[in-house]
Design a protein around this ligand. Structure first.
Ligand SMILES: [Zn+2]
Length: 328
């Protein structure tokens, strides 16, 4: 039997020990290379695009640049997802490394303990990494001529612990007893290719999304749920009846099931509740992890760092606690 990828040396190209042995200068060099890869690490002004900037460190030692063209100051992370960074750069690399290594997901609480951060700082940090992963899926189209994709849905959230006494319990299967928080994650996954998740109230509500994100000519595999019937108008379909078999005559949704397995294990083992506004983010994280499962961890860290540095400051999480505590 072949060796599991995560046990092989190919999977381990960067360790946390290496990150913590880095000097501040090493961490700066690593981030410069990721941020300004097209100029070989030379600074580019995020305000006017000028290449004419010089280093002007703060008395604290933190690295800043001043642009000769527009006279504005900027840091290595200005205008990126890690804008206004408060931690040493090495900590961001360490956080990304820890996040990538936990292949089923990493809770903010565990991250705060690993790095000695407050829970609030860790919460924002892990969500920014999910946002970076999601950035890779923007505008993604799945499949193509003679490609095969799988579509499936699974419900998350809205769980209410049953009452202690039997006489106080209600049947949560009935519509009137539901919380309305239960949502379905729908995954479109190309076999040997990329994935794209989305969140809906029901599987049937996903038809339009699937049509607009799957390339014409793709063969779609789905289970026998009537929610997928309408897709047959636009695509060649293969259906699998799971009460008969999991895979029959090439029809299966096993790739989609693997995605749900990872997302469900993240929910059960790390996050406990992934409903509400962030359900999509957790789904995108699980999809990124699925698609990158055979990528060496050093490369995963570089990719997430690159995505974070290429993304704009977070709309949801930049200044999150300042806003939420004022509101409270
Ligand atoms: Zn400038």
């Amino acid at each position: 039997m072949s060796q599991h990828f995560l046990l092989s040396s190919r999977a381990k190209t960067l360790s946390l020990a290496t990150v913590f042995r880095m000097s501040d200068a090493d961490a700066e060099t690593a981030f410069k290379g990721v941020r300004w890869s097209e100029t070989g690490g030379e600074p580019v002004c995020p305000y006017c695009g000028s290449l004419d900037a010089y280093e002007c460190r703060r008395p604290s030692g933190s690295l800043r640049y001043r642009c000769r063209a527009c006279a504005k100051d900027f840091s290595l992370t200005s205008g990126t997802l890690f804008a206004s960074h408060k931690l040493p750069l090495r900590m961001y690399l360490a956080a990304i490394e820890i996040f990538c290594n936990e292949v089923k997901g990493k809770s903010a609480l565990a991250m705060s303990r690993d790095l000695g951060l407050s829970y609030k700082a860790a919460f924002v940090l892990v969500h920014k990494m999910r946002e970076a992963m999601a950035a890779e899926m923007k505008g993604r189209t799945i499949g193509g001529e003679s490609k095969v994709a799988e579509v499936d849905g699974a419900y998350f959230g809205g769980y209410v612990k049953p009452a202690n006494r039997f006489e106080n319990r209600v049947d949560r299967r009935l519509a009137e007893n539901r919380t309305g928080k239960r949502k379905v994650v729908v995954i479109i996954r190309e076999r040997d290719g990329n994935s794209l998740p989305a969140v809906f109230r029901s599987e049937a509500a996903a038809t339009k999304f699937i049509r607009s994100h799957v390339a014409p000519g793709t063969v779609i595999n789905a289970d026998e749920a009537t929610s997928w019937d309408k897709l047959g108008i636009s695509f060649e379909m293969k259906r699998i009846n799971h009460s008969e078999a999991y895979s029959l005559d090439g029809a299966c949704t096993n790739w989609a099931e693997e995605f749900f397995s990872r997302l469900r294990r993240g929910e059960m083992g790390h996050h406990h509740h992934i409903s509400g506004p962030y359900l999509l983010r957790y789904a995108q994280e699980a999809a990124w992890r699925e698609d990158s499962r055979r990528v060496a961890n050093g490369e995963q860290v570089t990719r997430v760092a690159h995505l974070a540095m290429a993304s704009k400051p977070s709309v949801d999480f930049c200044g999150y606690w300042q806003r939420h505590e004022k509101a409270a």
